[in-house]
Write a protein that binds this ligand. Sequence first.
Ligand SMILES: [Zn+2]
Length: 253
Amino acid sequence: MRHIDLRTKIIKTALSLNETGLSAGASGNVSARVPDIDGEGFLITPSGVKYHKLRAEDIVFMDMDGNATGDFMPSSEWRFHLDVYKQRRSAKAIVHAHPPYGTALACLNKDIPSFHYMVAVAGGKDIRCCKYEPFGTPELSAAVLEALAGRRACLMSHHGLIAFGDNLEKALSLAVEVEVLAQQYQLVLQMGAPELLSEQEMEDVLHRFWTYGDNAQKVENEKRRKPRKGWTANVTYPKRTPFYKRPDEKDSL
Ligand SMILES: [Zn+2]
């Protein structure tokens, strides 16, 4: 069996959908792009199998023409995974789920606006909700891709949410982040209409995220880099001055 590590990670991520509250039971699905060198395609969770019963060999391989190889049928929602991989080269892993707060907003066709700076975590100034189309259809893929333009996550009308990333860990953590934002937004709406951050303020946050991302990527690329034991910051502290000064004799006059 090929890609045993990737298959195991997909199962681990699928189990995390349950643990993080992103998905109860077997709703939602997880996939990861297979390296091009091994024949382009992706691995995806099968249809209707409970995550805790999944074995590595149950994960289905699909090529970029949508042909499946495996003992089980792929998730019935494989089509938008395929189309995201086709259109977004940076998508290496995808998490899709029907979590309570993200889905509740999506059932009202609401985008998540710039009520909080972390909205930029999905790559833009807001997190869009795509229009409703039936699951498994090319129309749903088109709607999802439109809402994902310039973003790595979106809500799906009357359905749920989708997030992608450089790897399974990042796709999962982005999905969790979007669900938390959806929850916070609903809490805010209960108290009133929030003042939104301006275009310029969100531009600034995006710029900071990109810079932060560059640094994080550099550290990730340097596999040898590990925190050293007894590590201390290379900072020289100014000579400490007492907060209270004893009054000298002149002061006391
Ligand atoms: Zn779904």
